[in-house]
Design a protein around this ligand. Structure first.
Ligand code: JB8
Length: 410
């Protein structure tokens, strides 16, 4: 049974490409996409835009209204080319989704490739020169009833849409069932789960004095999986930090605590507002001062004591401030941790305890009392603080709604 037979229930995905350089699309006859066409999985048709001109010079461009550099593609040949594409037999009964490559389009991503792979029919319009007369887009949408998407491969400029269409047809075509034999080879790849791929090796294990990482020869599949995951994280952090998200960070080891800087203020203000809102929900007390804290208040707050911020994979997930408080006669100064705040989705985890531990560790020598000022903790929180050695003290609280806990320093 061939791939086409196995997927016989699905009509071939129809792909029309219009270009003034149809030869540019010749590679679509090669490799996996070419094979998929032979197998009847993809129905690719390439059209020459100049076939829809009527002058001796087969003119497709003209000067721009309003002036400016370069030439603009005339609307009439495009209109006739689209009419021709639409008039061709279409067994699916659908209308094509018109995709126009352009540096000003929405980014082409794996997610968009997956969406477009579900369409029964795609038409690609390859622009050249400065691009296509804007009325062609309006005509396709409003008169022909087509969905029209301008799509960009990335933030760079090509000379025309053809190379972008080659890339898009390859990315979309390989997602059509049957085009790639092994479905697993589709999922375990970069951009399917948000991390870049781990490095790969094949025989020989020693080549030109370079060894394959020994863990890969160990036969220990757990160790191999862990090593590969570490490699993916390191690689993504180095090459594509924009892809990293807190969900990729493990529960331990990835929390970074550093002194707050003015650059942290906007995120810190958002975090503190989220914590304040949580307090309101829990205590019902709408007068929580933190709820009304402005950006300037948070910035000014950095001047008092020392604020520490905790980040996981770049995301601000917690903060705490330490100050020194003078003790009543004979008791000596105490080291106060206050405004402890943890992102709501991570509360109850180790971010709070790690921040508190850090705050305590910065207490100067000679200080014997560690103080924690906190908004009325729930029973679970109180239990955790007590386990850490803290006891409730009756101290006049300068911030309403907060209580004071203290412990002797070990
Ligand atoms: C004229 O960089 B591109 C791109 C550039 C173009 C045209 C189409 C696409 C047409 N220049 O994605």
């Amino acid at each position: 049974m061939t791939a086409a037979d196995a997927h016989a229930a699905r009509p071939a995905m129809r792909l029309d490409v219009v270009s003034i350089f149809p030869d540019y699309l010749a590679p679509l006859e090669l490799s996996l996409i070419g094979k998929a066409r032979e197998d009847g999985l993809l129905d690719v048709r390439v059209h020459d835009l100049r076939d829809f001109t009527h002058d001796r010079h087969r003119t497709v461009d003209d000067t721009p209204y309003g002036g400016g550099a370069g030439m603009v593609m005339k609307p009439q040949p495009w209109s006739e080319a689209l009419d021709h594409v639409l008039a061709l037999d279409n067994p699916s009964g659908a209308r094509p989704h018109l995709v126009v490559p352009g540096p000003g389009g929405q980014p082409f991503t794996q997610a968009l490739a997956r969406q477009l792979a579900l369409e029964p029919w795609l038409a690609f319009a390859c622009g050249r020169y400065e691009g296509i007369d804007e009325r062609v887009y309006d005509h396709a949408r409003e008169d022909l009833g087509l969905e029209v998407s301008v799509v960009s491969l990335g933030d760079y400029v090509l000379n025309g849409g053809e190379v972008a269409v080659l890339a898009m047809v390859e990315a979309i075509g390989r997602l059509v069932p049957g085009v790639i034999g092994n479905a697993e080879s589709l999922v375990e790849e970069s951009h399917e789960d948000g991390l870049l791929e781990y490095p790969i090796y094949t025989k020989p294990s020693s080549w030109n004095g370079r060894e394959v990482p020994p863990v890969l020869l160990s036969g220990n599949h757990g160790a191999i999986a862990a090593w590969r995951h570490e490699q993916r994280l390191a690689r993504t952090a180095a090459r594509r930090p924009d892809l990293l998200h807190a969900s990729h960070a493990g529960p331990h080891g990835d929390l970074e605590i550093s002194a707050a800087t003015p650059g942290d203020v906007p995120e810190l203000a958002v975090l503190r507002r989220a914590c304040a809102a949580n307090e309101v929900v829990e205590t019902g007390a709408l007068d929580t001062p933190a709820l009304r804290e402005s950006l300037d208040d948070v910035r000014a707050g950095l001047e008092t004591g020392q604020t520490w911020v905790a980040r996981i994979a770049g995301r601000l997930v917690g903060a705490v401030r330490t100050t020194r408080a003078s003790g009543s006669s004979g008791t000596g100064d105490s080291w106060v941790a206050e405004r402890l705040c943890v992102a709501p989705d991570l509360q109850g985890g180790d971010v709070g305890p790690r921040l508190l531990e850090h705050a305590e560790s910065t207490a100067p020598d000679g200080i014997r009392t560690l103080v924690l000022r906190t908004v009325a903790p729930d029973a679970d929180e109180l239990k955790r603080y007590k386990k850490a050695g803290y006891r409730l003290v009756d101290a006049p609280s300068d911030v309403p709604g907060t209580i004071t806990l203290a412990r002797r320093r070990r």
